[in-house]
Design a protein around this ligand. Sequence first.
Ligand SMILES: *[C@@H]1O[C@H](CO)[C@@H](O)[C@H](O)[C@H]1NC(C)=O
Ligand SMILES: *[C@@H]1O[C@H](CO)[C@@H](O)[C@H](O)[C@H]1NC(C)=O
Ligand SMILES: *[C@@H]1O[C@H](CO)[C@@H](O)[C@H](O)[C@H]1NC(C)=O
Ligand SMILES: *[C@@H]1O[C@H](CO)[C@@H](O)[C@H](O)[C@H]1NC(C)=O
Ligand SMILES: *[C@@H]1O[C@H](CO)[C@@H](O)[C@H](O)[C@H]1NC(C)=O
Length: 203
Amino acid sequence: MAIHKLPLLLFLSIILFLNRPVLGDTDEEDILLTGINSYRTTQNLTVFSKNENAECLADEIADQFKNKPCTNDTGSFTVPGTEPQFANYPKMLSKCHLNVTDTRDGMVMPACVPRLESSLVLTNFTKTQYSLGLNDSKYTGIGIGKEDNWIVVVLTTNTPEGSYSTDTDTKHDDDDDSNGFTVSVSLVNYLLVFMFSFCFFLY
Ligand SMILES: *[C@@H]1O[C@H](CO)[C@@H](O)[C@H](O)[C@H]1NC(C)=O
Ligand SMILES: *[C@@H]1O[C@H](CO)[C@@H](O)[C@H](O)[C@H]1NC(C)=O
Ligand SMILES: *[C@@H]1O[C@H](CO)[C@@H](O)[C@H](O)[C@H]1NC(C)=O
Ligand SMILES: *[C@@H]1O[C@H](CO)[C@@H](O)[C@H](O)[C@H]1NC(C)=O
Ligand SMILES: *[C@@H]1O[C@H](CO)[C@@H](O)[C@H](O)[C@H]1NC(C)=O
């Protein structure tokens, strides 16, 4: 009997190990958000709260930029007034449950940093023309997206013209879907562990 329990324990530990929640999920976006918010604190301003629609739009815009190289006239080096325009911008907005009305006062800030090296990413926002936006109390919310060497920050206001919150119903549907999925996956996993151990005990 003792001989049979050892492989079982081993098997169970492997399953539990594989099922553990993914730890240390700090990526470039989280690092940048922390950096930007401590910048806000040093400026005596309220920290930005996350805005999901803005984050969605930031992802879409980063996706448009991803194959463009970092040069001295793109990203944080862009001369104001020469920002690239995207023909499919209205499509991106509607995909993110937004429209031109509730994004008008927001601010979109794309930066290009090779390998998204975190200290350069932060200074590309805090020590460039973008710092004017970060240092402005009219912005209250933030969304960050990245793709390859590009990282995009979208700032939102709490006025109707910059709230980035059109279609809250659809947004919540998406949330529920993803949570539901995660929950059912882990449930299935635990059920599997249970069934396997049961079989082993029978054996
Ligand atoms: C922030 O507030 C503190 C205390 O009121 C003050 O000493 C400091 O100069 C302020 N900083 C800025 C950037 O305004
Ligand atoms: C950008 O780089 C190009 C060539 O690499 C150079 O000719 C130009 O002067 C640079 N512009 C600025 C603003 O540094
Ligand atoms: C911004 O990123 C570029 C890399 O694309 C880097 O050369 C530049 O020094 C950065 N700017 C600041 C102010 O950190
Ligand atoms: C931030 O804004 C405040 C008030 O508008 C101004 O006094 C300060 O110099 C600005 N700081 C930077 C780094 O732009
Ligand atoms: C944008 O959405 C807001 C809030 O739902 C709505 O009031 C407004 O009419 C919309 N504007 C356009 C141009 O669709």
